[in-house]
Design a protein around this ligand. Structure first.
Ligand SMILES: CC(C)(COP(=O)(O)OP(=O)(O)OC[C@H]1O[C@@H](n2cnc3c(N)ncnc32)[C@H](O)[C@@H]1OP(=O)(O)O)[C@@H](O)C(=O)NCCC(=O)NCCS
Length: 147
């Protein structure tokens, strides 16, 4: 699953491996832009939070909440009309927490080319919670509870 490297317009870019599926794909709209006409960073952050929560929820076998954004790097701008794909994978499982890496790629749609650009990478930590919104132990992969 290691990303493939490609070169386009004299710039080295990382693209997702063909066998890797995004957890989320979305096309930003004009209402999502900032004062510069590119996509507002807060919009990207919200989608990243949702994307990261999906593998965390699956691994926790139930509800999770975001406790921390450990790192967040905007590498390239996102434009209206891009197809934005979010790839998320679990990096670490703690007692009640799950840390997820999210990579974001923009498929530039406006020019009719097939250019794919890595626009953002982030790491977030989620906590599995019970019905009282208190931390609960993450089950092991087989569904059991750690001692
Ligand atoms: C998440 C929350 C339930 C944790 O409650 P808490 O009493 O602080 O829980 P704990 O101190 O036992 O920490 C729980 C886990 O989070 C981890 N954690 C806490 N703060 C952290 C931080 N800043 N960065 C990374 N991990 C952190 C702890 O290490 C622990 O992980 P582990 O059990 O795997 O070792 C509580 O802080 C909360 O409700 N926060 C608001 C969540 C929210 O509204 N998010 C936004 C919307 S989803």
């Amino acid at each position: 699953m290691s990303p493939q490297e490609c070169v386009s317009d004299n710039r080295a870019m990382t693209i997702p491996a063909a066998d890797r599926q995004p957890v989320l794909r979305i096309v930003p709209m004009p209402a999502d832009t900032n004062a510069h006409g590119t996509i507002f960073g807060g919009w990207v952050m919200a989608q990243v939070d949702i994307a990261g929560s999906i593998p965390a929820w699956e691994r926790a076998q139930g509800p999770v909440v975001t406790v921390a954004v450990n790192s967040f790097v905007f590498k390239e701008p996102v434009f209206v009309g891009d197809i934005v794909s979010f790839y998320a994978r679990v990096l670490k499982v703690g007692r009640t927490s799950i840390t997820v890496d999210v990579e974001v790629f923009a498929h530039r749609g406006r020019t009719g080319t097939k250019e794919v650009v890595k626009v953002t990478e982030a790491q977030l930590t989620y906590v599995a919670v019970d019905e009282h919104r208190q931390p609960r132990v993450v089950p092991d992969s087989a569904g059991g509870i750690k001692a």
